[in-house]
Design a protein around this ligand. Structure first.
Ligand code: FAD
Length: 465
């Protein structure tokens, strides 16, 4: 049995773990990272990047299909596009390959030792890794648990055969004729809209009475409209009960209490993600839990000294950029820096059509905190750049304290608004007030001008509406 010692051991090389390891390596700490599967974790291999690649292909295809035949109002007409999904997947895999190779290179450059295999705690300072060449024991002064999350199964619908998770959906090499999607959260709708654009007949089954239940209706309404325009059948307030015998149809209890059957080639289950808290020897430790997640404090320290946890395994929002920010912070803490989680917001983007961005508090959340707020929105239908991009649907909304105009939240829905998310987060992080946004010269013509106009409108003197 081989043994190595290090200052820091990171378990899991997803965005949380690999960023943490790169930063400790940069700081000169002796670092080991263990990865059971592929460097890059969910995000690079089967999550953020592959899904955005598929969405891009679907958008391109739909755009071309819209121009085919009679021609589009833009004055362009082309022959109907054809799709070779196997080539699409190859293209997506090349992007993933470039990124994961890049991450391995960055880890090596930072002198991080990468061990491939499954890690399991023996005790709080010792981890055994099952590698292809035998067991490797790693003794570490500090350990970071960054084991991430996996897809949640639905009772009565275990994964296998026609019942698939996002991982399998992103690897399909033939366009399905039909697909039923269980769960109208962001993952289900991002993939559902992409497949609908590629020509798949999509049905969405959601137990709540609205799509994207975590977002307010004003933001989700344009997405719902587009879903209907794409011919997606929405069964809201409906519950999947299991597969009919033969497995070709899903039995659904509708909102009215009736039984419906949805036949489909694939049943894609996207009802959430579960933290990976088992399979790595948690029973050898004494870790406090916070529901399904590992409990952490503002330094990502668990209830055991020298053991930290970051990323999806620590709770919501389960997003790659939160995991990365935690990873970077923990690296500096282990290196002796004084750091604590002081971020004012974790922006979130739904890459649906149109896209949704939220940063900070929604009007309801702010009011629920007992705050008096000023809320204003500016529609893209009054924004010149949006008109030139055929992107007039949607708006930017600001939420500010009524007493001093401090921005508490910014939201937007519209084509391409994902790129505004950093501006929104920056404004909140810097403690911007409405006057700061209104007083910043926004380049013309850009969609960002809608942010300035929303701030002006909240101040009572919009210029372009
Ligand atoms: P993960 O990325 O899950 O990585 C954990 C790693 O730990 C894995 O590689 C796993 O193999 C390894 N591991 C686990 N146990 C062990 C063990 N015992 N030994 C060794 N290794 C182990 N987030 C966004 O911010 N934006 C998006 O657009 C977005 N889109 C998504 C789309 C899809 C389809 C999915 C599924 C997710 C998406 N996410 C998105 C979420 C994002 O992927 C996760 O939030 C992020 O990957 C979490 O990072 P992490 O480091 O905590 O864990």
């Amino acid at each position: 049995m081989k043994e190595i010692s290090c200052k820091l051991l990171v378990i899991g090389a997803g965005p949380g773990g690999y960023v943490c390891a790169i930063r400790t390596g940069q700081l000169g700490l002796d670092t080991v990272i263990v990865e059971d599967s592929r460097v890059g974790g969910t995000c690079l291999n089967v999550g953020c990047i592959p899904s955005k690649a598929l969405i891009h292909v679907a958008d391109e295809y739909a755009r071309m299909a819209g121009m085919a035949g009679s021609g589009s109002p833009l004055g362009i007409s082309i022959a109907a596009p054809e799709l070779d999904l196997a080539r699409t997947v190859e293209w997506k895999d090349r992007i993933v390959g470039r990124l994961t190779t890049g991450v391995s290179g960055l880890l090596k450059k930072a002198k991080v030792k990468i061990v491939n295999g499954r890690a399991r705690f023996r005790d709080g300072k010792t981890v055994e890794v099952e590698t292809e060449t035998g067991t490797q024991v790693v003794r570490a002064e500090n350990v970071v648990i960054a084991t991430g999350s996996g897809p949640t199964e639905l009772a009565g619908l275990p994964f296998g055969g026609r019942v698939i998770s996002s991982t399998e959906a992103l690897a399909l090499t033939e366009r399905p004729g039909s697909m039923a999607i269980l769960g109208a959260g962001y993952i289900g709708l991002e993939l559902g809209m992409a497949f609908a654009k590629l020509g798949t007949k999509v049905t969405v089954v959601e137990a709540e009475d609205a799509i994207l239940p975590r977002y307010d209706r004003e933001l989700t309404r344009p997405v719902e409209r587009q879903l209907r325009q794409l011919g997606v059948d929405l069964l809201l307030g409906a519950r999947a009960r299991g597969l009919a015998s033969g497995g070709e149809a899903l039995i659904v209890e509708t909102a009215e209490g009736a039984e419906a059957r949805v036949a489909a080639d694939h049943f894609l289950v996207t009802v959430g993600r579960r933290p990976i808290t088992d399979g790595w020897g948690r029973e050898e430790l004494v870790l406090d839990m916070d529901g399904r997640f590992i409990r952490i404090d503002e330094r990502c320290q668990t209830s055991m000294r020298g053991i930290y946890a970051i990323g999806d395994v620590t709770g919501e929002p389960m997003l790659a950029h939160r995991a990365m920010a935690q990873g970077e912070m923990v690296a500096e803490i282990v290196a002796g820096h004084r750091r604590a989680w002081d971020r004012r917001c974790v922006p979130a983007v739904c890459f649906t059509d149109p896209e949704i961005v939220v940063a900070g508090l929604s009007p309801e959340e702010a009011r629920a905190e007992g705050r008096e707020v000023r809320v204003a929105q500016f529609p893209f239908s009054a924004n010149g750049r949006a008109m030139t991009m055929e992107a007039e649907e949607g708006f930017v909304r600001v939420v500010a304290r009524a007493d001093n105009n401090l921005l508490l939240g910014i939201q937007a829905v519209g084509k391409g608004v994902a790129e505004l998310s950093s501006t929104f987060a920056l404004a909140i992080e810097m403690g911007a007030r409405l006057e700061d946004i209104a007083g910043t010269i926004h380049a013309h013509p850009t969609q960002g001008e809608a942010f300035q106009e929303a701030a002006l409108r909240a101040l009572g003197h919009p210029l372009h509406i």
